[in-house]
Design a protein around this ligand. Structure first.
Ligand SMILES: [Zn+2]
Ligand SMILES: [Zn+2]
Length: 428
């Protein structure tokens, strides 16, 4: 309800009354007790009151309205577009983080199942969403690949989608194999769009790097350096990332058991994301796991809250972000308690649609008023021409069974040609 509520802020005409009420509540309905970690650092600093008039448009400074704020030249902006789990959930897509830099660069870290709709709701032209860094090949970290690849192409990305991801112990368990075979699975889809969409957006470039690299540079462009190091998660292959730019350091841990590499290479992070799993009793109660499975998943394959806190106590980031758990009023308090038993620094218990504005002086955490009914935004450049010579069509024996609506279609063509000054003709 409150998420829908935030959305209403953006789209309804009752902005003033609703926002005034929400302001008085401090947007705390669902989060009371669950996001305690970030409340003091934001609410204490950001008490600027929204300007309320009977007829004016209200922009609450405690909410981020995508498209309404230019990023400072020295600033990073991180948006959580998936903080959940492989189990599908309306309010928490699987892992996905959008990092925007003041130099105009944008990076996706993970593209888990359900996350592409979150990204779409931010209204960012798709040509800027062309780089995705995958921490490992679990579907909750790259399951929306088709949506980024095909959906991005359809929605205006004019160049290839660049996918960066780790190798595996064998070629078959690496990113290149996974993405190339996924593309093969999309043969029918791509064949039908070729010749109808500009060819340049229908390509994927895979940049597979060695998962064993220790703080090795895997990307260096435009003043941005991204490094990776191994993570310990299920089988060989997963990695963690650090992005450095303009004296700021962002760390995304992916999934991992606590490890020495993370502690060593995430040091000095301005903002560090590390997984933090649901407590063992809640894994048993909510997922129906046996005690044995709950212990293995919650403490051996993933990082329990107490260990998350220990890691953050060792690296001391300016902001620690815990994710990879269903953030509910009953599951979050024991997670927070576990973290606070070993860490007392700045903390966000992540949920979808949070934004962190990161500068050298301040890290500001807010909620987002997103547009759940977004259409693709206009691109920055005119689309290139389409090569119709390669367009494929259905066979004649199928066309022969068309219902005869040619007169109706012709009228639409005539009307449209008149409206736009074009001379288009039906293909069937
Ligand atoms: Zn995983
Ligand atoms: Zn995961």
């Amino acid at each position: 309800m409150p998420k829908r509520f935030v959305r209403l802020l953006l789209v309804s005409g009752l902005v003033v009354a609703i926002a005034a009420l929400a302001y008085m509540q401090g947007y705390s309905d669902r989060e009371s007790g669950t996001s305690i970690g970030f409340m003091p650092s934001t609410m204490a600093n950001d008490q600027a009151k929204p300007k309320i008039t009977p007829t004016g448009t209200l922009m609450d400074p405690n909410i981020y309205y995508p498209g309404s704020e230019a990023l400072g030249a020295d600033e990073m902006r991180l948006i959580s577009c998936g903080t959940g789990m492989p189990t599908a959930r309306e309010y928490q897509a699987a892992s996905c983080w959008l990092l925007e830099l003041g130099n105009g660069d944008k990076f996706l870290f993970d593209g888990g199942t359900g996350s592409a709709a979150r990204i779409a709701s931010l209204g960012i032209p798709y040509e800027y969403l062309n780089k995705i860094f995958i921490s490992h090949l679990h579907t909750d970290h790259f399951g929306d690949f088709s949506a980024y690849f095909i959906g991005g192409w359809l929605s205006g990305r004019q160049g290839p989608l660049h996918v960066y991801g780790p190798s595996g112990a064998r070629p078959e368990t690496g990113t290149k194999y996974a993405i190339e075979h996924w593309q093969k699975a999309l043969t029918w889809d791509v064949e039908g769009r070729a010749g109808r969409l500009p060819a340049s957006g229908g390509k994927v470039v895979v940049h597979e790097f060695d998962f064993k690299g220790e703080n090795k540079v895997i990307y260096e462009e435009n003043g941005v350096t991204i490094r990776s190091w191994p993570a310990n998660h299920v089988i060989d292959g997963p990695v963690s990332f650090a992005l450095e730019w303009n004296g700021l350091k962002f760390v995304f841990g992916g999934d991992t058991y606590p490890n020495q590499w993370y502690v060593k290479y995430a040091k000095d992070a301005d903002l560090a994301i590390h997984e933090c799993f649901i407590t063992v009793p809640d894994l048993a109660a909510k997922f129906g796991f046996s005690v044995s499975t709950a212990l293995e998943v919650g403490t051996q394959i993933h990082t329990p809250p107490e260990a998350f806190g220990k890691v953050m106590s060792m690296i001391k980031p300016r902001m620690a972000v815990a994710y990879h758990f269903f953030n509910d009023p009953d599951t979050a308090p024991p997670i927070l308690e576990g973290i606070r038993s070993t860490y007392d620094g700045p903390l966000t218990l992540a949920e979808d649609y949070l934004v962190w504005n990161i500068t050298k002086d301040e890290i500001r955490t807010r909620k987002i008023a997103y547009n759940a009914d977004a259409w693709p935004p206009p691109g920055a450049k005119a689309p290139p021409p389409v090569d119709r010579s390669i367009t494929k069509y259905t066979s004649d024996w199928i066309v022969e069974k068309n219902l005869d609506v040619t007169d109706l279609v012709q009228q639409i063509y005539d009307r449209t040609n008149k409206q736009y000054g074009t001379n288009e003709k039906p293909s069937q």
